[in-house]
Design a protein around this ligand. Structure first.
Ligand code: OAD
Length: 226
């Protein structure tokens, strides 16, 4: 069975109603990204940051996977599929995808500020005073700017084994995620689905671009593969 690796970004969830990052001039739901997605931002104003992620976590209850998420799930019947997502939502899982690696963390988890291996499932609001079992404050289980990306080595080894790479809805601006595409085997076919793609047909050998949204683009992908 062929290995398909799919790298997804914020555009994957746009049709579910979750705002992308760079389409809004670097603002994330009205906030400077560094204010809400960096250790310094958390240090300066922990309540603002916790509240920001509380709103994002609560938003998950009112959104649903879109056609793009479901189309990717359909491919699982025919291929050995892995999704590497930069998204912190759980929409791939809710569409039924069974192998999802979250590079930038997950909204529905929190972790200790003292011991990063203490990670907990978390459905409700997280506030100052919510502590881990070692009595340290809990924080969102999100990889903020300036922090290590613990899953990157696993992601690299998956991309190295890909027979096909599909890239959906990412501006390829944030490293190390954006560098993953450089780990493909020579001549591996790459499919990019994005209404405003950051790459051109000549940037890689064997590149196909569907200049469209995730729902329509994944329909085309199914037409190509099934
Ligand atoms: P961006 O907001 O940078 O890029 C979103 C991409 O989605 C753009 O290329 C858009 O053209 C595309 N897009 C918009 N609507 C789409 C649709 N309906 N279907 C498909 N694509 C669409 O988001 P990311 O590249 O994911 O990190 O951003 C990477 C990281 O930067 C995020 O994971 C986040 C952010 O800061 C953290 O939170 C740690």
């Amino acid at each position: 069975m062929k290995n398909i690796v799919v790298l997804t970004g914020a555009g994957m969830s746009a049709e579910s109603g979750i705002a992308t990052f760079r389409d809004a001039n670097g603002l994330w739901e009205g906030h400077d990204v560094m204010e809400v997605a960096s250790p310094k931002g958390f240090y300066n104003n922990p309540e603002l940051v916790l509240d920001f992620y509380n709103q994002r976590r609560a938003q998950l209850k009112s959104v649903s996977p879109n056609k793009g998420h479901f189309n990717l799930q359909k491919l699982e019947e025919y291929f050995n599929m892995t999704i590497i997502t930069q998204n912190v939502d759980d929409l791939h899982e809710r569409a039924g995808s069974s192998s999802v690696l979250h590079l930038h963390g997950e909204l529905r988890k929190v972790r200790s500020t003292k011991n990063e291996i203490l990670v907990y499932n978390w459905e409700e609001d997280l506030v100052l005073g919510d502590l881990c079992e070692e009595n340290a404050q809990l924080r969102p289980h999100i990889v903020w700017f300036g922090e290590e990306v613990p899953m990157i080595d696993k992601a690299i080894s998956l991309v190295e084994k890909a027979d096909v790479l599909v890239v959906i809805g990412t501006s390829m601006q944030v490293y190390p995620a954006a560098g993953l595409v450089n780990y493909i085997k020579p001549k591996t076919p790459i499919y990019v689905i994005d209404p405003n793609p950051m790459v051109g047909e000549t940037d890689f050998d064997n590149l196909t671009i569907f200049k469209t949204g995730a729902g329509e683009g994944t329909e085309k992908l199914l037409d190509c593969f099934l």
